[in-house]
Design a protein around this ligand. Structure first.
Ligand SMILES: Nc1ncnc2c1ncn2[C@@H]1O[C@H](COP(=O)(O)OP(=O)(O)OP(=O)(O)O)[C@@H](O)[C@H]1O
Ligand SMILES: [Mg+2]
Length: 281
């Protein structure tokens, strides 16, 4: 399970002379990982994502894919990176260019120069997965914020990337949209893709992620399991994060209700199952 897909070594990036948006970034992203990316506004999360698929190019440092150096300034490397690493943008309007939902979702696979029937098949699958089959002939610009978000996810699914980067995907979604997204993430996880979700939703990060990256002031200040991250008070203070509600609730259960110190439930259902089992129900 530990095949490294994307890697960065000491990457720096600045938008303007003088300042920096990201500095000294080194990390590896492996197949089948569920990674939450946390950090306050302006910490560098979106910049990190844009560097991952070559939209931004490092000022310094190196990028690797599958162990081979990638130079996003070379056309061939850039095309490869764009296909393997897909971004769902924070702002859907940045991504949408098609005049209908169907044409929008076909751009990616058409650019990969796939045969027409393969393009049609990928578009059908992506629209189906995002519950958009009935929106096929609608102009995406006149859809609601959440519907547009689903179109942009379908765009990326149709490219069949190995690494998917979701930049604050729940921002425009209603509760049903969030459930659809979470079941899609579960399906993509079953397919062993690498999934990164940047989010301000700490409770989502707790229940979903196996690994958490914390950015602060342009640096990756922590890369660890959720259990380790949320046990680190000074880190949470520095990065402006809070503990998940279920984490605090578990601390109370440990203090007052005999909850074992080494089990960190991710859902209330796990807590219920534990006590039912203990009571022999
Ligand atoms: N196009 C740009 N031009 C100049 N500076 C930028 C640009 N985009 C981002 N920055 C700056 O780079 C830094 C990192 O921004 P980035 O968008 O990566 O943060 P973020 O962690 O995604 O924040 P948020 O949670 O608000 O989305 C910030 O200081 C920001 O002001
Ligand atoms: Mg951002």
């Amino acid at each position: 399970m530990n095949d490294v897909l994307l890697a960065m070594d000491k990457v720096d990036y600045s938008y303007d002379e003088g300042g920096f948006a990201l500095s000294g970034l080194s990390l590896e992203i492996c197949k089948g990982q569920r990674i939450a990316v946390l950090g306050n506004n302006g910490a560098g999360k979106s910049t990190f994502f844009l560097l991952c698929n070559g939209i931004l190019k490092p000022d310094k440092g190196a990028l690797f894919y599958g162990g081979k150096t990638i130079d996003p300034r070379k056309k061939q490397d850039l095309l490869r990176l764009r296909q393997l690493v897909g971004i769902i943008f924070q702002d859907a309007d940045h991504q949408i260019i098609g005049s209908t939902v169907e044409s929008e979702v076909s751009f990616g696979p058409m650019n990969l120069k796939l045969p027409a029937e393969k393009v049609a098949q990928r578009v059908d699958q992506a629209l189906q997965a995002m519950g958009l089959a009935e929106y096929r002939h609608r102009p995406p610009h006149y859809l609601s914020g959440g519907e547009k978000k689903r179109v942009t996810i379908a765009d990326i699914l149709a490219m069949e990337p190995e690494v998917l980067l979701f930049d604050e995907p729940t921002a425009f979604l209603d509760p049903a949209g969030v459930r659809t997204l979470e079941s899609l993430l579960a399906e993509l996880y079953r397919q062993e893709r690498a999934l990164l979700v940047s989010t301000h939703d700490i409770d989502f990060a707790w229940r979903w992620a196996q690994r958490i990256l914390v950015f602060h002031a342009g640096r990756l200040v922590a890369d660890n399991t959720p259990e380790q991250i949320f046990a680190d008070g000074p880190l949470l203070e520095q990065a402006g994060l809070r503990r998940p509600y279920l984490y605090d609730f578990t601390l109370s259960l440990q203090a007052h209700c005999g909850w074992p110190p080494d089990i960190w439930p991710k859902t209330t259902a796990e807590i219920e199952a534990y006590y039912k089992n203990k009571a022999g129900l």
